[in-house]
Design a protein around this ligand. Structure first.
Ligand code: HSE
Length: 410
């Protein structure tokens, strides 16, 4: 399939790069080559690999019958909406990462897509690389979604983490977030909760089947959170998190809100820090599901967009069945060759002599102590190497009998 990318900024260029570089994976996983024929952008990208594909007129793309899918990564509602609608009405599927567009116009774009036998997909519009849209639309579709709550904005989570863990002021943390490129062009969208608000609306619309608009939900940001609040929260066994939350009420209405919450540290979501996002979904059959990952960034977001493009290709070919090839001999590597570190506990004839031997044999280990240990017990963690290499060294140790050997997670 030939595709076009509208807007060659951070995410758009990431999509072009993935499709240019992973040709083999596309054929293997989507069943055919996917190549970028056009890139619509106001810039010329002279001297770059994008230059020969740059066009300035959406009609070139909309009128080209070879184009099966259009990726919109321009941001903002207009002209993205007009461009997407035009392409959908020509029967081209549209994939977008643009949450402002989805939150404001998805319903109309779904309708145009349906009328023209095309798809409108937007996995990257909520939580970047985390596959929350397809999970809610598809994998959880046998559930009534009772509620969801999530850290949907990486910038504010980064700022709150800095404030809580490093006692940094809001202004300094925001400056660092901007320097690192996490914040949107205008940080207002992040710090005042508007970005999280749009994402909450998209998820609430999927969960409850009716378009929810950002203007309709109460939204607060984190500008007024202080270090004093963070300190009190810590004393109450909590961390402050900006959450987007929605639930179905008994009267059939939807409750949806975006604001800072005190989250008990016993909750998994309280431990999601930095620019990471997480979303907890409660379904009536499945119970709780937690999704966690990078909610922003070029590669993570481009991976979600490209995954949607591949899905469009599969849909077009009507290939919805799961598939893998026949078993190949020697496809699995011997676990003894995996690199790992080992925790070892055992008994020595002479503790001091054994420790000298162990350190020498492994080229250094981290010795661990415990209270009330028998005088001949030794516990240590080795460095990382192929397991076979570590086991060989262990078996050659004299006057030391291992009692437990447990692999360390990376
Ligand atoms: N500025 C957004 C965030 C990027 O910080 O989460 C992805 O929407």
């Amino acid at each position: 399939m030939k595709i076009a990318v509208l807007g060659c900024g951070t995410v758009g260029s990431g999509v072009v790069d993935i499709l240019d570089e992973k040709k083999e994976l596309m054929v293997k996983s989507a069943g055919e080559e996917i190549s970028v024929k056009y890139i619509l952008d106001i810039r010329d990208f002279t001297g770059s690999p994008y230059e020969s594909r740059i066009v300035k007129d959406i009609d070139i793309i909309a009128e080209d019958e070879e184009i099966g899918c259009v990726v919109e990564t321009m941001g903002g509602v207009e002209p993205a909406f007009t461009f997407c609608k035009k392409c959908l009405s020509k029967g081209k599927s549209v994939v977008t990462s643009n949450k402002a567009l989805v939150a404001a116009k998805a319903q109309e774009l779904f309708k145009t897509a349906r009328e023209n036998n095309a798809a409108f997909m937007f996995e990257a519009a909520v939580c970047g690389g985390i596959p929350v849209i397809r999970t809610m639309f598809s994998a959880l579709s046998a559930n009534n979604i009772l509620s969801f709550s999530g850290i949907l904005n990486g910038t504010t989570n980064f700022i709150l983490t800095k404030m809580i863990d490093e006692k940094m002021s809001f202004d300094t943390a925001l400056k660092i977030a901007q320097e690192k490129g996490y914040a949107e062009k205008d940080p207002t969208a992040d710090v005042d909760g508007l970005d999280a608000g749009r994402k909450t609306c998209i998820l609430a619309s999927i969960a409850y089947g009716s378009h929810v608009y950002p203007e309709e939900i109460h939204t607060e940001g984190i500008r007024n959170i202080t270090l004093e609040d963070a300190a009190y929260a810590a004393n109450a066994g909590c961390r402050i998190k900006l959450l987007g939350k929605a639930h179905k009420l008994n009267n059939g209405k939807i409750g949806a809100i975006v604001c800072p919450f005190l989250v008990n540290t016993s909750s998994l979501i309280s431990d999601v820090n930095g620019v990471y996002n997480a979303i907890s979904i409660t379904g009536d059959s499945i119970g709780d599901v937690l999704l966690y990952g990078q909610g922003a960034g070029k590669e993570a977001t481009a991976s979600a967009v490209t995954g949607d493009v591949m899905e469009c290709v599969r849909l077009k070919k009507n290939e919805k069945h799961y598939f893998w090839e026949e078993h190949k001999d020697n496809v699995l590597e011997d676990y003894m060759l995996y690199e790992t570190a080992l925790f070892v506990r055992g008994y020595a004839k002479n503790k001091e002599d054994s420790l000298i031997n162990i350190r020498e044999a492994f080229g250094g280990v981290r010795v661990i102590e415990r209270e009330d240990a028998p005088s001949n017990e030794i516990a240590f963690i080795t460095g990382r190497a192929a397991e076979k290499e570590l086991r060989d060294i262990l078996s050659e140790l004299r006057d030391f009998a291992p009692a437990s050997v447990i692999r360390m997670l990376d």
